[in-house]
Design a protein around this ligand. Structure first.
Ligand SMILES: Cc1cc2nc3c(=O)[nH]c(=O)nc-3n(C[C@H](O)[C@H](O)[C@H](O)COP(=O)(O)OP(=O)(O)OC[C@H]3O[C@@H](n4cnc5c(N)ncnc54)[C@H](O)[C@@H]3O)c2cc1C
Length: 389
């Protein structure tokens, strides 16, 4: 059994955990990051594609922009196609950085390792103890089978929705608000095909579809489907035919499909985002609808708030930032929950009225009309996409 001490144990090496580690390093606070999977595995996990403007500014403020996304293109534009008519929303002046999540993760790993952060992959059987005591402990078994006990001042639970951190909080200590959005699913498709110049959302009677760049020669497509569908229900021929219909683009180029997945849309918020000396960061605390591209960006925001609060606690013995952690993070989380829910209803209830009935379809169409016809609504939408305002 190896026994060690550090200021913060970070559980999970996704965008949240690696960002916490990079920021704590800049604050002169020691930490150990425990990641259950291998480096190779997490560097390949494809999900988000855009660091929003506000999160990019935050990372630049910490001096991380060059390491994390130097040279990556910026875009603040978005196209929304309603019954075949294209409306361009947004403003490149508040453009996000087009950096796929796996590239961000790879760059974060290179950065923290170069800067001497203690990042441990293949950490099995992670367990959290004495979270309400002055010195919590975190135990795990390394790849060679040796057991470790880390004693620390704070634990950052950055291990995603299914991780061990939130599961270590006693029953009843957190309130869970969740919503399953009436059985809407998304088929996500990764394909080797050049993307449109801007992200594209498309709404028509054929249903909702979207396309986002994942590099210059790869695209991520999303198609609204039933939450009970499986990838087997969606052979390549059906995918391309539905995409052509829904995107209103008969000439849509096809390419090899490298990944398909169906997931049910849901929203979940846990409150508070802490218990004792454990602080939940990112998906461990909240899951947001994927449209709007906010999940990873909320994780980056939480990481920033947490690192600043720990800096004050460790260097100035001031725990007020940690006491305020939930309030500061959840204000932003709820704002984007509302935004993504608004966008979901506007885009997914606008199609076939047999799913929602004519009243909700009418409301959804009115929302889309406000978005595409009112500069004020469009500006508000753009600010929320950029993460500002
Ligand atoms: C298909 C899809 C598309 C998405 N698209 C977007 C998008 O366009 N824009 C956007 O902003 N967001 C998007 N998201 C959401 C985004 O990917 C997440 O919000 C983001 O990954 C959250 O980061 P995280 O670090 O909190 O959690 P995660 O990325 O889940 O990382 C958690 C880490 O903890 C590790 N871990 C788990 N359990 C343990 C344990 N017991 N011990 C140690 N380590 C553990 C995991 O291996 C993982 O590395 C998408 C998600 C999906 C599924």
């Amino acid at each position: 059994m190896v026994t060690e001490n550090t200021a913060v144990v970070v559980v999970g090496g996704g965008p949240a955990g690696l960002t916490v580690a990079a920021l704590l390093r800049r604050c002169g606070v020691d930490c150990v990051v425990l990641e259950v999977r291998s480096r190779e595995h997490i560097e390949k996990r494809q999900r988000a594609g855009i660091v929003e403007y506000q999160a990019a500014e935050m990372l630049a403020g910490w001096g991380l922009a060059d390491r994390l996304f130097a040279g990556a293109p910026r875009s603040g534009r978005l196209e929304i196609r309603v019954d075949g008519t294209v409306h361009v929303l947004g403003d490149d002046a508040v453009g996000g950085v087009l950096v796929p999540q796996q590239v961000l993760v790879r760059n974060l790993i290179d950065t923290v390792l170069d800067e001497g952060v203690d990042l441990r992959f293949d950490a099995a059987e992670v367990s959290l103890h004495d979270l309400d005591a002055d010195r919590p402990t975190v135990r795990y078994r390394d790849a060679a089978g040796e057991e470790h006990t880390l004693t620390c001042r704070y634990v950052a639970g950055c291990d995603g929705f299914h991780g061990v951190s939130r599961a270590s909080v006693p029953d009843g200590a957190l309130t869970t608000s969740s919503f399953d959005h009436g059985g809407i699913g998304w088929l996500t498709v990764l394909a080797d095909t050049s993307p449109y110049p801007h992200p594209m959302l498309s709404v028509s009677d054929a249903g909702y579809a979207a396309q986002f760049a994942r590099g210059p020669a790869a695209s991520r497509f999303y198609l609204q489907c039933g939450s009970e569908d499986t990838p087997a229900d969606w052979p390549a021929s059906r995918i391309w035919s539905e995409l052509r219909d829904r995107l209103g683009d008969p000439g849509l180029p096809t390419g090899a499909i490298t990944e398909t997945e169906v997931f049910a849309l849901r929203s979940v918020v846990h409150d508070p985002m802490s218990w004792g000396r454990l602080f939940l960061v990112g998906d461990a605390a909240h899951i947001i609808l994927p449209l709007g591209g906010k999940g990873m960006n909320l994780a980056l925001h939480d990481a920033d708030v947490f690192a600043r609060a720990v800096r004050a606690a460790v260097h100035d013995d001031d725990e007020s930032g940690l006491r305020d952690y939930t309030g500061v993070c959840l204000r932003r989380v709820w704002r984007y929950m509302e935004f993504c829910n608004w966008l979901l209803e506007a885009t997914h209830d606008s199609g076939d009225s047999s799913r929602v009935g004519p009243f909700r379809r009418g409301l959804a169409r009115a929302r889309l009309a406000s978005l595409t016809e009112s500069p004020t609504v469009a500006r508000h939408f753009t600010d929320l996409m950029a993460g500002i305002g």
